[in-house]
Unconditional design. Structure first.
Length: 181
């Protein structure tokens, strides 16, 4: 398990109004590693309405740092406890969503020894696990909540398209997961 104090020495994990954290959670079963994805509910108030994402969200003033943000958001959105159910392995490269470049998102890579039970929050419509082997690279059109269409590069798992910031994080995470298995 990663030492949180060491992570804080090596990375700026302080929070702030334009900071967020997500958890890239995977588990290894019989086949290739499987990654947890959540799907946001359709909502006119949500900039990422209906999109596939990793569990996570924005820093709040009650969070001591972005590790607290990741811990709180994971628990709120999925019912999974970071310190109890998972092993935090590393921090991936900070990124930003294209529709909100001022927001700095820190992805944490974590491993579960088994698939934990999931209790979705009200802001999510569903979740799914995707085997790395089943993620198909695609260039496709997606429909945005305003009805417009956008050509995106990303990944497909069944009917789900993983694109944007989530796809960029996934591209960095997959080789790390394969090397760590």
């Amino acid at each position: 398990m990663v030492d949180f104090k060491e992570l804080k020495k090596m990375h700026d994990l302080s929070g702030g109004a334009n900071k967020a954290a997500v958890i890239v959670l995977y588990t290894v079963g019989q086949g290739s590693p499987e990654i947890l994805f959540v799907v946001r509910k359709i909502s006119v108030r949500d900039k990422w309405s209906g999109q596939v994402a990793f569990p996570g969200g924005r820093w709040e003033p009650t969070d001591r740092d972005l590790i607290d943000t990741a811990r709180r958001e994971l628990l709120e959105e999925t019912g999974i406890m970071l310190d109890k159910d998972l092993e935090l392995l590393m921090i991936l490269r900070e990124t930003s969503p294209s529709n909100m470049p001022e927001l700095k998102v820190v992805p944490f890579l974590a491993k579960a020894s088994f698939k934990p039970s999931i209790k979705l929050s009200e802001e999510l419509s569903t979740y799914f696990w995707a085997s790395i082997d089943d993620l198909e690279r695609v260039q496709t059109f997606i429909e945005l909540p305003d009805g417009s269409r956008k050509n995106v590069l990303g990944f497909r798992k069944d009917e789900w398209i993983i694109w944007g910031m989530t796809a960029r994080i996934l591209e960095e995470a997959i080789p790390k997961i394969v090397s760590l298995k």
